[in-house]
Ligand binder design. Structure first.
Ligand SMILES: O=C(O)CCC(=O)C(=O)O
Length: 266
């Protein structure tokens, strides 16, 4: 393994966005604990598991690229913005936006916000970097994933695993290429910042009876087409009631790209 990759260790959890951003620079990831607490965390937890149960009843369980093809236990929950307004609150959370602005600048686009709930026996994902869609050589960070731990993230229940320092390689892993991964353990309510180049995957859920709910809000530079086609999939009510920030994140405001009849003033 390349010696630019740090020893397989993580910085401690922090309560400061500034420290977490320093950890992102050093390790490719930073973990902030206690961002969602009490009733606020319970509200997100309930909304997520309600949407997941509804999708299961209807057989709406599309898998994602890089998911383990044989796994029928983990569940993706898509289109969160249209499921409950509490997910818009997460996408616009001040800590998330502070981190995203520090790493990508502004404006950015929200590429996707979805959940991955691991279940007992749930398989690992393929090791990947989230900005793998961007042509090489990468000119630095093109995207930032903000992961929200809705349940405790533990080594046993499939916490996301990363290769610390792999962001410095500035490329995707080759097929089959490994690296020592470490579980991003974090209590429920933590916000985890992963820059787009760091290699990671869903962990294997080795428990008999525990789920790991995680929400991933992925933001990119505004030159990339979002993973989710908001113009097709978004419930119109979300746009109708959206804040100016959310309109920007979803690409409904004209800017340097995506002009409106030539102007960027809309
Ligand atoms: O489920 C996880 O822990 C990681 C998910 C992930 O890496 C992805 O969706 O790209």
């Amino acid at each position: 393994m390349d010696d630019r990759i740090a020893p397989a260790a993580l910085p401690p959890l922090t309560q400061s966005v500034e420290q977490a951003l320093q950890d992102v620079a050093d390790f490719g990831v930073g973990r902030i604990e206690g961002v969602l607490q009490g009733a606020a965390l319970a509200r997100v937890h309930d909304a997520l598991y309600r949407a997941a149960a509804s999708d299961r009843e209807r057989g709406w369980n599309d898998r994602f690229v890089n998911d383990n093809p044989d796994d029928r236990t983990n569940q993706r929950v898509w289109g969160l913005l249209s499921r409950d307004p509490v997910f818009s609150d997460l996408a616009e959370h001040p800590f998330a936006l502070q981190a995203v602005k520090a790493l990508l600048g502004w404006p950015v686009l929200l590429s996707n916000i979805s959940a991955n709930i691991t279940g007992p026996g749930g398989g690992e994902m393929v090791l990947h970097a989230d900005q793998g869609f961007a042509p090489l050589p990468w000119g630095g960070i093109q995207g930032v994933n903000i992961a929200w731990a809705i349940d405790d993230f533990t080594d046993e229940n499939g916490a996301t695993r990363i290769v610390p320092g792999s962001h410095r390689l500035n490329r995707t892993p080759q097929p089959g290429e490994g690296g020592e991964t470490v579980a991003l353990e974090a209590p429920a309510g933590s916000m985890i910042i992963m820059e787009g180049r760091v290699w990671h995957r869903t962990g294997f859920n080795r428990t008999q009876d525990r789920h790991r709910g995680a929400i991933f809000a992925f933001y990119t530079l505004p030159i990339y087409l979002p993973q989710e086609n908001w113009f097709l999939s978004l419930n119109p009510a979300v746009r109708h009631y959206a804040s100016e920030t959310m309109l920007q994140l979803l690409g409904f405001k004209a800017g340097r790209f995506g002009r409106f009849y030539g102007t960027s003033l809309y």
